[in-house]
Design a protein around this ligand. Sequence first.
Ligand SMILES: Cc1cc2nc3c(=O)[nH]c(=O)nc-3n(C[C@H](O)[C@H](O)[C@H](O)COP(=O)(O)OP(=O)(O)OC[C@H]3O[C@@H](n4cnc5c(N)ncnc54)[C@H](O)[C@@H]3O)c2cc1C
Length: 494
Amino acid sequence: MPMPSSEVIVIGSGPNGLACATRLAQKGAKVTLLDSLSTPGGGASPREFAPGFTTSLAHLTRGIDARVAKGMNLERHGLSFQTLQTTLLGANPITVSRGKTSSQDTEYARLHDRLTHFARVLAPFRALPPPRLGKGNDWLTLSRLGLGIRALGKTEFRELLRMLLINAADVAEDDLTDTRLQGFLAFEATLGSWLGPRSPNSLILLLNHLAIGPDPLAPKGGMQALAAAMAKAAVAAGVTIRQNAKVTRILTKDDRATGVQLTDGETLTAQAVVSTLHPGLTLRTLVGPRALDAGLYTRAGHIHSRGGTASLTLALKALPKLDNPGNRLIIAPSVTAVENAFNPVKYGQVPDAPVLEAYIPTTLDPRTDSHHILTANVQFAPHAPENPDQARAQMLENTLRVLETHIPGLRALILHQDLLMPQDVATLYGNPGGNWHHAELAVEQMLFLRPLRDLSQYQTPLDGLWLAGAGSHPGGGITGSSGWNAAEAMERTL
Ligand SMILES: Cc1cc2nc3c(=O)[nH]c(=O)nc-3n(C[C@H](O)[C@H](O)[C@H](O)COP(=O)(O)OP(=O)(O)OC[C@H]3O[C@@H](n4cnc5c(N)ncnc54)[C@H](O)[C@@H]3O)c2cc1C
C-alpha cells in the first residue's frame, strides 16, 4: 500500500475500525472512517433503548489490547477501568475473583492457575497475523513464541494440546466437584460462541477469553466512555470520522478497490479500503460477484456466523437487593444448565432457562440517585427462529423469570425493558447472523483459517482491499486487536 500520504477509507467505527484507522493515521495516511450509526464505537457505542436511557451492545471487556491502549494513549483520552469480582447467583452464592473463591475451592484455584498459564503462552499469538502454512511467515517472532511453548516442558505441552482440543464440560467435570463452579466454567467458555459446553473444542474459547485478560473489566463511565476515548484518540491522530455514512458498495476497477459508495450515492475514492464489517458481507454484498473469483465468492458465503447471544437491558427504578450489586453476576448453575440452554437453539427454539452474565453499570456510575440500569448477555438465543417476534417475547419472558428467581423483586423494579436477539444485532449493527465475533470463533475458523484460509493475512485478493474486523484473527470482543494487526500488516506491504 502506498503510504504515507495515501488516502485510506476504513469502514466501521467499532473498536477495530477505530484502532486500525488511528494506527494508519499515525503512520501518515489520510484516513476517513465511515460508519452507519450516529455515534462511534460499534458494539461499544451508546444506544438509546428508552427515552432518556442509554445502553450499549457490549457491557464488559477483558481489556483493550495493550498495544492499542498504549498506541492510542487511551488513558490520556480518559479511559480507565474497574476490575470486577464475579458472583455466581444461586441458593448459595459464591464470589470468584481470578482463581480465588469465597468457598475456598482448591480444585478451582488449581484449574484456574493452569488455564491462565496456558492462556499466557497463547496470548502473544493474538498480536500477530496468524502463521501461514507455507512461506512468508515472520519466523523470528514465531520461533520466539515457539520457545515459550517449548519452555512448558513435554508433559505440560501435551496437556496444553489436550486443552486446545477438549470440550469445556469434560474439564469442568473431571477437575471440579462443585457444580456451581462447573457451570461457571462452562458458561465462561461458551460466552459469545455458538457452542455448548459439550461441543467439541469448546475449552479453547475459555483460553481465548483468558488470553485477552484475566478479569472482567468495566470501563468507568460505561462502554460509551470507552467508545468516546477511542474516538477522541482517532481524531487526535488525524482521522476524519463520518457517522451516519452507510457504505453500500466497495468500488473496484481492474482487480483493485478504488473507493466506496454511500447510501445517498456519494462516492469517495481511496488507494486502500479497509472493511471491519463481516467478511462475507464485505465480499459478497459490498464488493459483489463480478469483481471476485467465483470460488472465493462461494466460500465467503459459507463462513459460519450464527449468533447465540441476546443482549438484555433493564431500566430500574431502584437498585435490586443484592449483597454485591456492583459485581458481575452469573446465572449458570451447572454444566447441564448451560448445555440445556444451548440445545434448543440448534432447532431455532428458545431455551426455557437461559444462562446469563449481568452487570449493573450504574453502581459504578450512578446516572441519577434513583434509577439504575441492568445489562445482561443472555445465552443462548436462536439466530434464525421461525417467528422472530414470538421468539423475542418468549426469550424476554424466560430471561426475566430466571432473573426474578435469583433476584427476587427485580420485576417490580422494571421501568423499561429491551432485548436484542441475534437477528436484531444483525439489523442494527450490520452484522449478519449477529455473532459476537462476526464470524463464529471455532477451531475451523481460527488462526490461519480465519475467516478463510486465503483471507487470513487481512489482505484480500482484490488489491487495496483489507479486512480488519472481529471476523479476522484473533476474533471479537472489545479489544481492537484485529484492527491493530491489520494496520501493522498493511505497513509491512510498503
Ligand atoms: C449480543 C452481544 C453482546 C456482546 N457483549 C460483549 C461484551 O460484553 N464484551 C465484549 O468484549 N464483547 C461483546 N460483544 C462482542 C463485541 O461487540 C464485538 O466483538 C466487537 O464490537 C467487534 O468490534 P468490531 O470493531 O470488529 O466491529 P463492530 O463493533 O461490530 O463495529 C462495526 C461497525 O460497522 C458499522 N457498519 C455496519 N455496516 C456498515 C456499513 N454498510 N457502512 C458503514 N458502517 C457499517 C456498524 O454500525 C458498527 O458500528 C458482544 C456481541 C454481541 C453480539
